[in-house]
Design a binder for this molecule. Structure first.
Ligand code: COA
Length: 444
């Protein structure tokens, strides 16, 4: 069986930017370091008045199809992952296919279309659906188009407001991929949790502090199950470890937990013991609170060791570069982290072919998934064609008043003037509502 994975990716950032360390921090009267250092975010991408999950997803998909010289009949499946959907029946993938049919000859009438929902993990679930479809031999030579697209907006004044973002990533899943092959091994950690939800509302109800703990618990559980399927998992087995990144500070926490867990019982733990002692074992303690306090102390020490700092700088920090500039893209977030890592390797001139990535996805509600990926020979050619850095540089930098106006435009409960701040060019735009309440789009 040939390998299956991501053949190519394309990214579309929302055309607006909210600078967190100046515009947002000034307005809130906060120390800019809370954003730059604490959360690890400098700016959020936001959608202009004519942008939404359909336009961003269709724009990313069109770039991907153009670059790979694909026609509609080459695509057997269009899966869209989003937690910003505006319709409980008609899937976003039909809108995106409709957009693409405006600009290509042919149609997607023989492509299976769907919409995946499980908070931020839905993008990875869609990748897995595409993988399984190809592995089952039902693709008949055709590829799958997976689009993760979100407008991650919080109610104004919510603690999550600093972690907003908007953008889409389109991924072509195929046999013998050029970018990365997915491992058949997977680990899951899943439980009924109430950390973040959107019960038929545009802005989420969030228990932010709890969501951090649930993320860590579920990711540990997924990692433990992944370990049962592979001979060993050591933090240095992987060139990069992209995690779901709602904000880089979250990844700082999960990386430390993952490092501690995977070095336990290894020569690395022995080596570190000279400086910080061995890891506390629960059997050594009379009660759970004392054990947890000892673990916290150990992790404080571990974080400051040269070994941990070097590992983090090489394998985790590069995954966060895009997130720092665009914020949380929900379903696209972990896939942006993978691209960040590959862009880092490309600009450093590294030869990654044959190296492995460990990918940790998470969705509130809650579920984590871990799988490994192998970087393929064609990765450099795919990565060098991305234009995300130019897109980020070209965003319109919003004043706080402009930000408030655009936030209201994307609040489905408000009917406000749709004033735009940029001029669309060679892209799909939202063009108003039709007689059945459907959203309409055109290419300009
Ligand atoms: N300089 C440096 N760091 C600072 C700082 C300053 N002046 N002020 C605050 N910080 C640090 C805090 O210590 C904290 O870091 P830590 O968690 O490592 O201790 C971080 O910045 C965030 O500060 P905090 O006061 O906790 O922020 P908050 O209460 O405004 O909210 C979230 C943080 C994550 C709870 C909030 O953004 C949220 O609800 N986000 C949405 C949900 C989410 O993304 N969950 C993640 C799992 S999916």
């Amino acid at each position: 069986m040939s390998s299956i994975g991501i053949d190519a990716v394309e990214i579309w950032s929302g055309n607006l930017e909210l600078d967190l360390t100046t515009t947002f921090a000034d307005e809130k009267g906060d120390d800019p370091e809370k954003y730059a250092k604490g959360l690890g975010l400098h700016a959020s991408s936001l959608p202009d008045a004519y942008e939404d999950i359909v336009t961003m997803g269709a724009n990313a998909a069109q770039r991907l199809m153009d670059r790979k010289e694909l026609a509609p009949e080459d695509v057997g499946r269009i899966d869209v992952a989003t937690e910003s959907s505006f319709d409980n029946s008609k899937p976003v993938s039909t809108y995106i296919a409709g957009c693409l049919e405006q600009v290509y000859d042919g149609d997607f009438h023989h492509a299976n279309k769907g919409e995946r929902k499980f908070a931020c993990i839905a993008g990875t679930q869609s990748l897995n659906d595409a993988y399984n479809w190809i592995r089952a031999g039902r693709n008949r030579g055709r590829a799958a188009l997976v689009v993760a697209t979100d407008t991650a907006l919080y109610a104004r004044g919510d603690a999550g407001e600093a972690t907003q973002g908007a953008g889409a990533i389109a991924m072509l899943v195929d046999e013998d991929p050029s970018l990365v092959a997915l491992s058949p091994e997977q680990g899951y950690g899943s439980a009924d949790e109430t950390d973040f939800l959107k019960p038929n509302q545009q802005f989420p109800s969030v228990d932010g502090k709890r969501s951090i703990q649930v993320y860590l618990d579920r990711m540990l559980e997924a990692g433990q199950q992944f370990e049962t399927q592979t001979s060993s998992v050591h933090p240095t087995d992987f060139a990069y470890i992209p995690f779901h990144t709602p904000f880089p500070g979250m990844v700082r926490k999960v990386a430390l937990l993952g490092f501690r867990h995977t070095v336990r019982g290894t020569p690395m733990e022995e080596h570190l013991a000279d400086d910080i002692g061995l890891q506390p074992r629960e059997t050594e303690f009379d009660d759970r609170d004392a054990y947890e306090a000892a673990i916290r102390d150990y992790m404080d020490d571990l974080r400051q060791t040269d070994e941990y700092e070097g590992w983090y700088a090489d394998r985790i920090e590069p995954t966060l570069a895009l997130s720092r500039k665009v914020g949380n893209w929900y379903t696209g977030s972990v896939h942006i982290a993978r691209v960040s890592a590959l862009l880092d390797a490309y600009s450093a001139g590294k030869d990654l072919a044959g190296d492995h990535l460990l990918v940790g996805s998470y969705g509130s509600g809650a579920q984590a998934e871990m799988h490994a990926e192998t970087v393929m020979d064609g990765w450099q050619n795919e990565i060098r064609q991305l234009t995300i850095d130019d897109q980020i540089a070209d965003r319109h930098d919003l004043s706080f008043e402009e930000y408030e106006a655009i936030h209201d435009v994307h609040n489905y409960d408000k009917d406000v003037p749709r004033t735009r701040f940029t001029t669309p060019s060679s892209e799909f735009v939202f063009d108003g509502w039709g007689p059945m309440g459907e959203r309409q789009y055109r290419f300009v």
